[in-house]
Design a protein around this ligand. Structure first.
Ligand code: NAD
Length: 354
């Protein structure tokens, strides 16, 4: 069986990190006798330069025809004043593919404990959280506006969630928890918000179909505190769009460098967009110093979630762990006593470890 992957390299460090990720995937193909076909497509600033459009229709069509999508990153100062900004292309890609789930694993690698910002006794307990964030509903998509009030101009946004939207993201979280430690903490503000009450009621209903998964509920303010106090207590953290936006950044940052963290955006089908959580890092582009591990780990997520190739995905994660344990570091995770290497070397060494 072969898999067709659309590769959207994008801008800044996008081309260099995706090149290294594909080096690793080719090594996976060799070891496990799989075939991955790559189709390179334009998005972001690169697409604006070529087509005056941050997401040409041909890119959308080709993405819909592929089995999965690998994205580098988009954006850069060159296009900051453009009418059609590179980031708009990315948002249009997510919405045109109906990607309502955003998965952001926040894992503290054993070899990188010194990079953790938390106290050593907290880091020692480990961090392995999967944030499951609803991505196309809630306050970012609700009605908004401005009006006059007795105290001057007023502005309003609406947090609106339907039963159907909550149910479909809840089911994703339960399915994922089933493949992990079978524990979900659902984040809400049900002591105040009506939308959170429906969120909680729906979660309780959906949990009836998953008797082996433990569901608990946590108010968002407490969740923000607990991520810093004891992140080891979390397995799957399920959130609405806005709560997840904030908490996933918090959860990922406590683990160390932004260059380490992958993500997946998924819809109803197996088609997904897999990308590092960081941006195009124009300040370090083209210098062979960016960390390709977030992109490499995004491919591991693709193998797991789009292709059900769990053994192959595990091989990537194990290779990354091995290389970090051997002391290889790009400059963002470099500490004394380790071996500083460049982007291309990191890709080659991880590919070798596959
Ligand atoms: P950024 O994530 O690109 O960079 C923030 C800092 O982290 C920089 O110092 C950068 O050098 C460093 N960094 C990022 N990735 C790294 C890596 N793999 N290895 C080592 N260091 C790394 O965020 P920014 O500077 O705020 O944004 C730059 C551009 O990226 C902007 O145009 C922004 O809009 C865009 N952006 C795109 C995405 C995306 O494509 N999904 C996400 C965020 C920002």
């Amino acid at each position: 069986m072969s898999y067709n992957i659309a590769v959207l390299q994008g801008d800044g460090i996008g081309p260099e990190i995706t090149t290294e990720a594909i080096k690793v995937l080719d090594a996976v193909a060799n070891r496990f006798n799989r075939k991955f076909n790559y189709k390179y497509l334009d998005i972001g600033g690169a697409a604006i330069d070529k087509f005056e459009n941050s997401l040409p229709q041909s890119t959308i069509d080709e993405c819909k025809n592929s089995d999965s999508i690998l994205l580098g990153a988009v954006g850069g100062p060159k296009w900051d004043c453009a009418a059609d900004r590179p980031e708009k292309g990315l948002l249009r890609l997510r919405s045109s593919l109906g990607l309502f789930t955003n998965l952001r694993p926040a894992v503290l690698h054993g070899a990188l404990k010194e990079a953790c910002v938390l106290k050593p006794e907290i880091a020692e307990k480990g961090i392995d959280i999967m944030v499951v964030r609803e991505l196309t509903g809630g306050i970012y998509f609700g009605e908004r506006g401005r009006k006059q009030s007795s105290l001057g101009e007023a502005a309003w946004d609406t947090e609106l969630y339907s039963y159907g939207e909550i149910k479909r993201i809840a089911k994703v979280a339960f399915e994922i928890a089933g493949k992990r430690k079978k524990k979900i903490v659902s984040v809400d503000k049900a002591n105040v918000l009506e939308s959170s009450k429906l969120w909680r009621e729906t979660l309780i209903e959906v949990s009836g179909g998953y008797p082996d998964i433990e569901l608990s509920h946590m108010y968002v303010d407490n969740a923000a505190m607990q991520i810093i106090k004891d992140p080891s207590q979390f397995d799957v953290l399920l959130t609405s769009n806005m709560f997840g936006d904030i908490l996933s950044d918090e959860a990922s940052q406590v683990t160390g460098s932004i260059g380490m963290l992958p993500s997946a955006s998924l819809g109803e089908s197996k088609l997904g967009v897999y990308e590092p959580i960081h941006g195009s890092a124009p300040d370090i582009a083209g210098q062979n110093i960016s960390n390709p591990i977030a992109t490499i780990l995004s491919l591991a997520m693709m193998l797991k979630y789009s292709f059900d190739l769990t053994e192959e995905a595990n091989a990537i994660e194990l290779a990354v762990t091995k290389v970090l344990t051997e002391g290889y570091r790009t400059s963002d995770i470099f500490t004394g006593g380790t071996k500083k290497i460049g982007t291309a070397e990191m890709g080659s060494i991880i590919a070798g470890a596959i």
